[in-house]
Ligand binder design. Sequence first.
Ligand code: HEC
Length: 195
Amino acid sequence: MNRKKSRTLRLAPLLMAMAIAGAVAADGPIVATEASFQCITHMTPVRGFYVSNLLGHLDATLKAARSPDGAIYPPGSIVQLVPTEAMVKLRPGSSPVTRDWEFIELDVDAQGSTIRHRGYADVVNRFGGNCFGCHAAAQPQWDMICETTHGCAPVPLTRAMIEALQRSDPRCKPPNVLRPEDVEALKTLNAPPKS
Ligand code: HEC
């Protein structure tokens, strides 16, 4: 085996891991793929939501997320509250209107994630809500992250419902054991709307 070939072979697992993560060259555009998304409870929890970083810069994402005064999230950050909605931070200048956030709506099942919608100011979730329409209302220091106190219109979900949706993410292997309160919250979520 010549030298060049053996180097390529040694790099192969790394290149494959990068392709799976959806990450690209250190300074190329950031393109999340369906494989970039995973069981939400395997991401890193921050208060009520979860984060990861496509470029491997989890520490920088956590630093921004944990800053008591708010911060601009670093490129590659993925933020999720529920399994089917994600925000991905792109390179500076990629989408000035959305402060370089890409909004993504996913379908999730035991096989993984399917991207239903992706984009910037025009992505609408399955309940008819425009992601940017709500998230743009966050006070500027929070970089469009809403939580419950940053100035966005609230989501119609209780904390118990959000946790139940997180814990029942069908992509988690092994599945999370649901607590009685999760089962109750899921029943309320799945009940037909009152007329
Ligand atoms: C009705 C307004 C509204 C709409 C529409 C909406 N969100 Fe949110 N979103 C919120 C609020 C409020 C929170 C925080 C809720 C909480 O922590 O209890 C939130 C939380 C999040 C979070 C966790 C970080 C944060 O901001 O607290 C992400 C990621 C997210 N939403 C993505 C999306 C995406 C993607 C869409 C569209 C597919 C979307 N949202 C649509 C209001 C909205």
